[in-house]
Design a protein around this ligand. Structure first.
Ligand SMILES: *Cc1c(COP(=O)(O)O)cnc(C)c1O
Length: 588
């Protein structure tokens, strides 16, 4: 409209600034059709990039192509999992870049190319993602497989992948002209070898034995590390002999000089800790646990979130648009969900539930009842998540349904191909389902991925989360549920310690002060809460239940989103000096 006063958006520009942040992650969930993620870490990475694009943060990302995807899960009637590679055609989804870089691996020159995906934010700003690919003419057959399988292969294969991600990734960004980079963000330790080229560039031809503290400090000024793993066993470690064979004596000497090796091993978390200026855990509790593991490092906390518009169902999006359309660009407006009427929340939820149960019927052939209280449990199938805790005492579960009302449970989640315990868990859930028959209907959805996850978090009545403490660094699917007004029943670990207000945003299992979850005590608590509090509320006082749903959106949705999270990374980690420096970075 001519003569109209310009909007503030007219003053922003998309020119890549001189201050670029480079985000490195072994897995990123970009979209359903690009199977380059296995679970929470990848979904978080994707949500981070989506919010960075919305917020116009000058950021580029690097990951591997994972040509075989994670895997496609099939389950037989007994719940035995089998795995198939996912076939997808990168050239249909991504744009091949002409740039090539060479990474020495075991003395061979391995050529790497990159495919670009563009994450476009709500404001039109673009975050480019480069997926590195070693399947290039001239590479040996084996080298060509190095970027094929996410978390596939053995330790040696994994090390080669981390070399490509860190060393190859840094070289590729330089080749593509994304310099200067003010912050290299290592999302988990897999990317820690990015520090090797940074050290080499800092040395700029000086011999390795000349590395000084000032050089380490110069590298440290440019690196950020987010740790996601609350147990030492979860951190990647490689025998130094293997590392020497893969990256060569000179680079190992550099790491030794930089005090990054420990007695015959290379621990990726230790490298990242030693060479980062900002380190964070992904929830307050996880920060405290990490400080206990690494007492000599200052460890901060930035609690995870989820991308609001990705994980809010279309039905709730429409409801939010009616009363607070600003929520899309400023997630804090979700706080105003307190003003949405309870009948509207109930109606929106009922539509989501119908849609989800129709999808369940289509996929499994099992028809669930839309008026029955429905629990959802889905995430990677691995023993510490204890998906079968709710079946500790099936007769007790049946008695609850007899006293209070009917119950049905939906499960989902893949077990890593080598995770025998995780596979056993899926099997046990199928056994419990058979034992319970029609008394408590239980279904397991095959091949849990982004699209079904989005329907599921919105379509159940309660999101159940009962991992063994303190193993859940954060957890994110309960946040997705909260965006859709679905409250959690969860152990007090990870994000739920921060998001939980008993009876207001959801319910707890056990107390925050028990250091270790006691299996039988947790199961007792779970049954007690369902029988005495949650199900009576659902069946007897549906508007009181809807009040909890509304608080889940207003109190948890407004905070546990990646918009708030990325803003915290920008302020505290990427551009810590002032808010003005952020504006400069964006506009320059
Ligand atoms: C969110 C999500 C996860 C991670 O869930 P957590 O609760 O963080 O364990 C895993 N898989 C898919 C498909 C998801 O959408």
């Amino acid at each position: 409209m001519p003569g109209q006063h310009p909007s503030h958006e007219d003053y922003m520009t998309d020119t890549p600034g001189p201050s670029t942040v480079a985000y490195f992650s072994m897995e990123i969930c970009l979209e359903q059709a690009i199977p380059t993620y296995s679970g929470g870490l990848g979904v978080l990475a994707g949500d981070t990039l989506r919010s960075a694009a919305d917020l116009r943060v000058p950021l580029v990302a690097v990951t591997l192509l994972h040509r075989n995807g994670y895997f496609q899960q099939s389950l037989d009637a007994e719940g035995n999992q089998s795995e198939r590679p996912v076939s997808w055609r990168p050239e249909e989804r991504l744009e091949e870049m002409p740039a090539r870089v060479v990474v020495p691996i075991e003395g061979r020159d391995v050529t790497i190319r990159a495919w670009r995906y563009r994450v476009i934010g709500g404001s039109g700003h673009e975050v480019p993602v480069y997926l590195l690919d070693s399947s290039v003419d001239g590479n040996s057959d084996w080298d060509r497989t190095l970027t094929d399988s996410l978390y596939g292969g053995d330790l040696h294969y994994r090390l080669c992948q981390e070399v490509i991600l860190g060393i190859g990734g840094a070289a590729m960004l330089r080749e593509l002209g994304h310099e200067p980079i003010v912050a290299y963000h290592m999302n988990e330790g897999h990317a820690a070898l990015v520090t090797v080229p940074l050290l080499e560039w800092q040395l700029d031809g000086r011999p390795v034995f000349e590395v000084e503290d000032a050089d380490l400090e110069a590298v440290r000024r440019r690196t950020i590390f987010t740790t996601h793993t609350p147990v030492p066993a979860g951190h990647d470690k490689f025998p130094l002999d293997m590392v020497r064979a893969v990256i060569g004596d000179k680079r190992v000497e550099l790491l030794e000089k930089a005090k990054c090796t420990d007695e015959g091993t290379l621990n990726m978390t230790h490298i990242a800790l030693r060479l980062s200026r900002f380190v964070n855990g992904v929830a307050m509790k996880h920060r405290d646990v990490s400080r206990g593991m690494f007492p000599t490092y200052p460890i901060n906390s930035i609690t995870n979130g989820v991308h609001a518009t990705t994980w809010t169902s279309p039905r709730f999006q429409a409801l939010f648009d009616e009363s607070m359309p600003e929520w899309r660009t400023d997630n804090l407006y979700l706080r105003y969900a307190v003003g949405i009427g309870l009948p509207e929340i109930r109606a929106a939820h009922m539509d989501c539930k119908k849609e989800f149960l129709e999808e369940v019927a289509k996929r499994t052939g099992v028809t669930l009842d839309v008026n029955t209280f429905t629990i959802g449990f889905a995430r990677r199938a691995t023993p510490y998540k204890r998906a079968d805790l709710v079946f500790s005492d099936v007769e007790r579960l049946v008695r609850i349904t007899e006293h209070v009302g009917p119950l049905q449970i939906v499960f989902g989640g893949k077990a890593h191909p080598h995770d025998g315990g995780g596979k056993e868990l899926i099997h046990r859930i199928h056994e419990a389902a058979r034992e319970l028959g029609d008394r408590v209907k239980v279904v397991y959805i095959e091949n849990y991925e982004m699209e079904i996850a989005a329907k599921m978090v919105a379509g159940v009545d309660l999101w159940l989360n009962n991992p063994m403490k303190p193993l859940e660094a954060s957890g994110t699917s309960g946040m997705k549920a909260a965006m859709n007004g679905v409250p959690s029943l969860s152990v007090l670990d990870g994000w739920w310690i921060e998001g939980h207000v008993e009876g207001v945003t959801g319910w707890s299992i056990g107390s925050a002060v028990d250091p270790e979850g006691d299996q039988s005590k947790d199961a007792f608590d779970l049954y007690m809460k369902l029988e005495r509090i949650i199900m009576p509320l659902y069946y007897g006082l549906p508007y009181a239940y809807a009040e909890v749903m509304r608080h889940a959106i207003a109190l948890n949705g407004s905070f546990f989103n990646t918009q708030r999270m990325v803003e915290q990374y920008v302020r505290n980690a990427y551009f810590p000096n002032s808010v003005v420096s952020v504006a400069e970075a964006v506009v320059a």
